[in-house]
Design a protein around this ligand. Structure first.
Ligand code: 7UC
Ligand code: FE
Length: 303
């Protein structure tokens, strides 16, 4: 195994000369260590079958079963399928997932420690973008920092619910109400302390975060807009342009991500598996009294 560390101040280690099919279970901790240290790890030239991919997830931690079944691969519920082409004539998974800034499962009480993504059909120009949220905490202007220090934020996925055949004839407001019953959203500290690195990261995203507790509706619109404008700035974005055989593995405590780059119509199939390390997601407390939340609608990304 060869590891190329990122340039100073950058994220993303590159691993070559490692066949993940033959990973020794004892070596899995080293790979988690790489993700904690470099936030994102790119494994090159991988050739895993679906069962081998699920096996890998089990070595790295505890694979997640996504809460909505229509994302599951029919034979492997651990595999979350993002696809716009059928498999053996059947629609599989959901098309166009994650085209907005987010951290996986941020809207649940137990967010995902790691995400693995392994594209199967890769359109030209397909990329995934990341922002290092530990760096964002260090560099955030002080005027914004006072809104995130010691506060809590609210996260929900309502705006990205993917409409299903059984939603036909329902009013949008009804669909939203039903979705919110299944997934009412989650409260987390606005900055989180990482259980392994002990470093502090900002934990908000344009896609999922709809409020900071204690702010009014108008204040939330203003503060969140400024926060996302800073975080999503082009010079803060690390882009990974996919190559055949790449498998990505990242730490959701330390980065936000979004898919992007490819045109919507181009054929694309990608397999994700979420992995839990079963450590607390953060070590700072979430149990302070929070006043009622006045959430606002998100700033809708343009594409
Ligand atoms: O369809 C999607 O973009 C899925 C998104 C709402 N959630 C992914 C996750 O794990 O947070
Ligand atoms: Fe995602």
């Amino acid at each position: 195994m060869k590891v190329k560390a990122p340039a100073p101040g950058q994220i993303g280690a590159e691993v070559t000369d490692l066949d993940l099919r033959t990973l020794r279970p004892e070596a899995a901790a080293d790979l988690r260590g790489l993700a904690y240290e470099h936030k994102l790890v790119v494994f090159r030239n991988q050739k895993l079958s679906r069962p081998e991919y699920v096996e890998l997830a089990k070595k790295l931690g505890r694979p997640q079963i996504y809460f909505q079944e229509h994302y599951h691969h029919p034979e492997h519920p651990e595999i979350f399928v993002s696809a716009n082409v059928p498999e053996e004539g059947e629609k599989v998974g959901v098309a166009g997932t994650g085209r907005f800034w987010h951290s996986d499962y941020q809207f649940f009480d137990e967010p995902l420690s790691f995400t693995m993504v392994y594209p199967q059909i890769r359109p030209a120009g397909r990329g995934t973008k990341y922002v290092d949220m530990e760096r964002m905490y260090r560099e955030l202007p002080s005027g914004l920092r006072r809104h995130i220090d010691g506060t809590r934020a609210f996260h929900e996925a309502t705006w990205y619910y993917k409409v299903q055949p059984e939603d036909m004839d329902k009013a949008i407001i009804e669909i939203m109400r039903e979705f919110r019953e299944i997934t009412p959203g989650a409260k987390h500290p606005t900055t989180i302390v990482h259980p392994v690195t002990k470093e502090r990261c900002i934990y908000v995203s344009e896609g999922f975060t709809t409020a900071i507790f204690g702010l009014t509706f108008e204040e939330n619109r203003q503060v969140l807009h400024e926060l996302f404008e800073f975080i999503n700035r082009e010079d803060h974005v690390h882009s990974h342009l996919w190559d055949d055989g790449d498998l990505l593995f990242w730490d959701n405590r330390q980065v936000i991500h979004r898919s992007g780059g490819q045109l919507r119509g181009d054929a694309s199939v990608s397999y994700r598996i979420g992995v839990y390390d079963d450590l607390p997601f953060y070590t700072n407390t979430n149990d302070l009294e929070s006043p009622d939340v006045e959430r606002c609608s998100p700033i809708i990304p343009e594409n």
